[in-house]
Structure formats: C-alpha cells, structure tokens
Design a protein. Structure first.
Length: 251
C-alpha cells in the first residue's frame, strides 16, 4: 500500500478535527486508508466545512438585521477625517473589534456614516463575527417593550451575543429617562466585551440632552473617549448626490 504523505495526513486531520471527529478515529483511518480513500474522504470533509461556513455567514447576516446591504467599494473617503495615527486601513482591518474598541462616526445627515457602519458590520459577519444593527430609537423602544413584557433578559442576551454592535442615528431622537437608562445598560454591559459603532450628528457636548441625564451621558462619553475613536464625516451629502444621480439617469 502506498504511504500517505505527511501533508496529506495533516490536511485530513485538520479537517476532521474541525468537524469534531475523535483523534482515535482519525488515527485509525490514517493507518488503514489508501491514498485514494484519503483523497475522497478529505474532499468530502472540505466540502462539508465549506457548506457549514456558508451557512454560518448567511445566518450571521440574517441575525445582524442590516436594513440595506452596503460595501466600501467605491466609497468616497475624501471628506472623512480619521484620528491621528489611525486611519482607514486600520478601521477596515476590523482589529478594533478584537480589542472591543468603540467608533463614533460623527457628521451631518447624509454623509455616509450609516453606509460605512453597515459595510463594516457585513464584513464582520463574513469573517464569522456576530453583529447586531439597530437604529438607536428603535432599540430603545424594543428595550422598553421587553421590560414591560418581562422579556428584557432575552433581548439583552441577544445583544450580548454580538462582537460588534451598531447604534445607528444615535441622538436623532431624545430618550425619556427610562429609555436612557435601558440604553445605558446596553452600552455599559458592552464595555471591554464588544465594540460599538455609533453614527450620530450630535456632538459629545450635547449628549446630555439626548439622554435627559448628564451623568449617564458623561459616563458614556468617558467610555468612548478613553476606549474608542472619533471619525468625522464631512463634505456634501451622499444622499443628495445619489438622489440627483437617480434623477439624471431617469431624465
């Protein structure tokens, strides 16, 4: 019987371990299989792993609940200002997610903040990371409803499964005191556990009016300032430009 190469044995073992086949079974197979049998079984394992990976990415994408798919390909970065010593490549690498750092995308409406936040989230799911995307006002309503119905722990557990949480349109709608406290609980529970990307047109100095509580706002700003980065989005409105382009294409 022809001997199996070390590379063939290692490749098969790696795939088998990924599918939780016991080491004893793997060792037995490697001692008895012909090269042809090994190639066939290894191919089958590879196909199964690829299928599971596709299913996982699709499941993560559904669970994230992005409103509209977005990508960074073709995005105009000329009016985006990054912190000194940290830029677009660092952001797109998603290393900040592994460090549970936060990002604040600040700028006027229509400058692409939600676009980039969504694109980052989709890329994170492609890399196998759980993500949750919420319009902030909608999340606050869901939290309040869950509290009234006794399902708050379930909702918080769902959010807690995420490696990356996107809070879109943060501060566009002020919260009442109860809503502010529930949102604060989500944000504080995420500290050093998951990254949050805030998209907002509200300056830090005005977050107290959003939360109707200066102490809560100060605590959140302190978290972001010391464990996050501010990315400024300026320039002309991307939404207006897209609308004008659609109008021209239809004329």
């Amino acid at each position: 019987m022809p001997r199996l190469t070390d590379e063939e044995r290692e490749e098969f073992s790696s795939r088998a371990r990924s599918l939780f086949i016991s080491r004893a079974t793997v060792a037995w197979f490697l001692e008895t299989a012909t090269p042809g049998q090994l190639a066939a079984c290894s191919g089958m394992l590879a196909r199964e792993l690829e299928s599971r990976e596709r299913s996982k990415r699709a499941r993560l994408l559904r669970q994230a609940r992005f409103p509209v798919p977005k990508a960074v390909d073709g995005f105009d970065w000329s009016n985006v200002r990054f912190p000194e010593g940290w830029g677009r490549e660092e952001m797109l690498s998603l290393d900040f997610v592994g460090r549970a750092e936060d990002l604040v995308f600040h700028g006027p409406t229509g400058r692409g903040k939600t676009h980039v936040a969504t694109a980052l989230g989709i890329e994170a799911t492609r890399r196998g990371m759980p993500v949750r995307f919420f319009q902030t006002a909608t999340l606050v309503l869901q939290l309040g409803k869950a509290k009234r119905e006794g399902t708050l722990d379930r909702l918080l557990a769902d959010v807690g499964r995420a490696d990356l949480l996107v809070l879109d349109e943060f501060g566009y709608v002020p919260f009442d005191v109860d809503g502010a406290r529930l949102l604060y609980q989500v944000i504080s529970d995420s500290y050093e556990r998951r990254s949050i990307v805030f998209t907002t047109n509200v300056e830090f100095s005005r977050w107290g009016t959003v939360f109707a509580d200066d102490k809560l706002a100060a605590a959140i700003v302190d978290r972001v300032v010391h464990h996050g980065r501010l990315v400024e989005f300026g320039g002309p409105s991307h939404r207006l430009e897209e609308s004008l382009m659609l109008g021209k294409s239809g004329s």
